[in-house]
Design a protein around this ligand. Sequence first.
Ligand SMILES: [Zn+2]
Length: 628
Amino acid sequence: MVLTGMLISTVLLATDPYKYTVDITSVQDDKIYVELQAPRVKKKEIVFYLPKIVPGTYAIADYGRMVSELKAYDKKGRELTVERLDDNSWKIQNAKKLRKIGYWVEDTFDTNKEGPGIFQPAGTNIEEGKNYIINTSGFFGYFEGMKKQPFEINFVRPLDFYGATGLRPVVEGGLAGKISLEATTPSADNAAVDKFEVSDYDRLVDSPLMYSKADTAIVRVANTDVLVASYSPNNVVSAKEIAATMKEVLEAQSKYLGGKLPVDKYAFIFYFTDQPVTSYGALEHSFSSLYYMPERTIAQMNQQLRDFAAHEFFHIVTPLNVHSEEIDNFDFNDPKMSQHLWMYEGMTEYFAGNVQVKYGLITPDQYLQKMRGKIIQASGYNDTLAFTVMSKNTLDKHANQYGNVYQKGALIGMALDLKLRKLSGGEYGTQELMAELSAKYGQSNAFEDDELFGVITEMTYPEIGEFFAKHVAGGEPIPYTDLLATAGVDLTTGGTTEVYSIGISQNTITLAQHNDKQMLAIANAGGLDEFGKALGLLDGDILYKMNGKEIPGLSELNSFMGAQIQNQPNLETFSFTVIREVDGEKKEMVLSTANEKITASLPLGLSFNANATPEQLALRKQWLEPKQ
Ligand SMILES: [Zn+2]
């Protein structure tokens, strides 16, 4: 890998691209300056946008909030009139004269700005002299009606920094000497320029970068060069270690996909944090995925790393190669959601587990435990809400059900796989289905959202159409017991037991900002157990005290809760002090109830039936072992 020196390749852009320059060598007040040499605008006035949302996150981000002091200039450097319309858009007057726009961008990782929290893998980071996460949606905008034009992006970076990305640079380590921006001038001695070109705004948003001192490794898997880049602030884990564990997963994935990976270059970009985390994860792109995870040793995070990486990489199948029009023609500022999260996220998550058991990375018993976990987790969500309806409304009404895509979504994948294999005598399962759909559509042909179930039914069996109608487009729960029995797997539930409850669980709480502090809040009151309901907790309640004791910050939360639970049998009444908004005013109130045990179901179990019939054994083999 070249760190400095010139590397010129021959991507030529059509005339009149957007030309962006970002100077990461000059950070001021935690902000970076971005300058755009604008393409020719043919209208009298034009709106400049940063995205409200990007593909794959299924949540509003409002990236424009991070932009300040946006100014527009004509050829002679005179300022044009700019009106900020809302968080994400600016109207520019006299736009035919527009030549240049400049603005400052702050990062999302440590912002105090009001508005939605941005999932870090889709966010931006400016840690001066250490690390820069450039999710391009947080730095670069587009003009109304002009997102299909090419983009040229220049990064002025410190000499010893490396830009990890799935893009191929047009120039790597070019001279910074001639660059002078409206607000900064990089020092030519200590800076270099990397230049990238992409065909349009969609491709730009699909291409994150991470700048830091290089810690990279390259592995070759089948036909693909895979770059692993890591930023571990305390050097707890290295790119080389990650690459070694990833290689095995990717080799299994290439076999799962028929012996070849669908891209020739791919980048896994890892940012590890030593700060306390409330959530972490990754986001997929066509040629890369970006990970935000707590900094731990390779041994501590090995399995999770594999699960995450397998999931993100399989997104190359869907939505990247099989998707609906809503995603193909993605509207960054007025998004329309598709009904098919069961496929984009659910099938992807199902594949990420199934590939590991098929190629021996986990044992069949471990795999059953994974699926068991998903059945249990899914039971915390609304099981009679049709998945298509949830999917369509995931930005607003059903946002609190989104997490079920990784649980029930994957179980829909499993159900389809077992059903298809049963109907086809083992020959045809979800692997074959997704391969056929990829061949039919691919990256540039979208399906119509309403037609997908019909298309799949046509390709397969009428019974599959019935399954979709009942269990995906309808609200009928999936009969897991009968379904798993076809592969000789017993699902057991062991009756009920009496336990103490604290009323809340992972599925019913979220984090809320209150007086500059992150506090627990109720997010899914409908999912509370009978104790939580008896307490009278409501959505939006911020949890301030538990049995009179102030609930501490996140880093001490586990030990606090542990002590509370231990002491619970000694209590006569149990209480939460909450902060609740009443008629627009925040009020503190104590909610209490008698501290009595509630009836809870005993945990569900999955096990292989030792007396399975030859037919069940055959299906089990087709489900969990590679095709011979
Ligand atoms: Zn995903």
